[in-house]
Design a protein around this ligand. Structure first.
Ligand SMILES: C[S@@+](CC[C@H](N)C(=O)[O-])C[C@H]1O[C@@H](n2cnc3c(N)ncnc32)[C@H](O)[C@@H]1O
Length: 253
C-alpha cells in the first residue's frame, strides 16, 4: 500500500536527506490520499523546486504511481534561481531516489526555469501524464514565481488532486504570501485554500473543498486527537490551521 511506503520512507531515508519538510505533515496528507484513492483516480505527483527530493520522494511514495512523476527544477541552471533558497542538485536527487528505493522509471526530470513553461508545455505535460494527484510548489519564492507556479500547478493538477505551497508564512520569504494574496484578491481561481500545516498552505479544487475539509477534520480527530485544529477563514474560504501531534506520522494501514 503506497501510504505504508511513505511511512517507511519517513522513518528511514527521509531522516538523512537534506531539505525542508516536516514529517508530521502526513497526518493531514493521509485523509487526502484516502479520498483520492477512494475515487479510483490516483495519479502521479510533481514538484517545482525539488532540491534533493526530501518532500518529492515522500509524495512519490504516497501516491505510488509507477511512471510520470515529475521533478521540475533549474538544477544546474542556478543563474535562474533568483532567490538562492537551496541549489537544486540532480546527482544528489538521483542518489536519494535510489537510496529510497524509487524505481528509475518512476521519475521524469524536467530541467527548466518554471518561468519559461508555456501553454504548449503545459498541454504536453497534461497529455503525457493525465494530470497530477499531488503538486508541490517550492521553487523561487518571489511573488512573480509564486503566482506563476501556482497557475501551472492548477493547470496540471487533477480536479480531485491537491496543491502544496511551501513557506506561506515564512518571514524569510514574504513573496509567497504576497503571491498567494495577489492570486486570491485579483482572481477567482478554481483551487482554493484548504488548510495550513507544517509550513505549507494546501489548496484543492473548490468542487472538493467541503468534502476534503470534513475528511481532514474527521481523520485528525479520529487518528491524531492531540493535533490542534482551528477553523479559520482564508480569502473567504473555510480552512483549517493544523498543528499536528508531536509524534512522528504513523499512517493508518
Ligand atoms: C527551497 S528548495 C526546495 C526544497 C525541496 N522542496 C525540499 O523538499 O527540500 C528550492 C528549489 O527551487 C529551485 N528553483 C529556484 N528557482 C527556480 C525556478 N525559477 N524554476 C525552477 N526551480 C527553481 C532551486 O534550484 C531549489 O532546488
Amino acid at each position: 500500500m503506497p501510504i505504508a511506503d511513505a511511512k517507511a520512507y519517513l522513518d528511514g531515508p527521509f531522516q538523512i536527506i537534506k531539505g525542508w519538510c516536516l514529517p508530521n505533515l502526513w497526518q493531514s496528507i493521509e485523509p487526502l490520499y484516502e479520498q483520492i484513492v477512494a475515487r479510483g483516480n490516483p495519479g502521479p505527483v510533481a514538484e517545482i523546486g525539488v532540491y534533493q527530493g526530501k518532500f518529492f520522494i515522500g509524495l512519490v511514495k504516497t501516491m505510488g504511481a509507477p511512471t510520470n512523476n515529475y521533478a521540475i527544477d533549474v538544477f544546474d541552471l542556478q543563474e535562474f534561481n533568483l532567490d538562492k533558497a537551496g541549489e537544486g542538485n540532480i546527482e544528489a536527487l538521483r542518489a536519494n531516489l535510489r537510496s529510497a528505493g524509487v524505481d528509475d522509471a518512476a521519475v521524469e526530470f524536467l530541467k527548466t526555469d518554471s518561468m519559461w513553461l508555456n501553454d504548449g508545455d503545459i498541454r504536453r505535460l497534461r497529455a503525457d501524464t493525465g494530470g497530477f494527484s499531488m503538486f508541490s510548489v517550492d521553487g523561487c519564492h518571489l511573488a512573480e514565481h509564486t503566482v506563476n507556479d501556482i497557475h501551472i500547478a492548477m493547470e496540471l493538477t487533477r480536479p480531485d488532486g491537491i496543491i502544496f505551497v511551501d513557506d506561506y508564512y515564512n518571514p524569510n520569504w514574504p513573496g509567497v504570501q504576497e503571491g498567494v494574496a495577489r492570486l486570491y484578491f485579483g482572481q477567482v481561481p478554481r483551487f482554493v485554500p484548504l488548510f495550513f500545516s507544517c509550513n505549507k498552505l494546501v489548496l484543492c479544487n473548490i468542487s472538493f473543498h467541503a468534502r476534503y475539509l470534513k475528511a481532514v477534520r474527521d481523520y485528525l480527530a479520529a487518528h491524531y486527537p492531540g493535533a490542534r485544529v482551528k477553523l479559520v477563514k482564508r480569502f473567504g474560504y473555510d480552512t483549517l490551521t493544523v498543528v499536528p501531534e508531536a509524534k512522528i506520522a504513523t499512517p493508518a494501514t
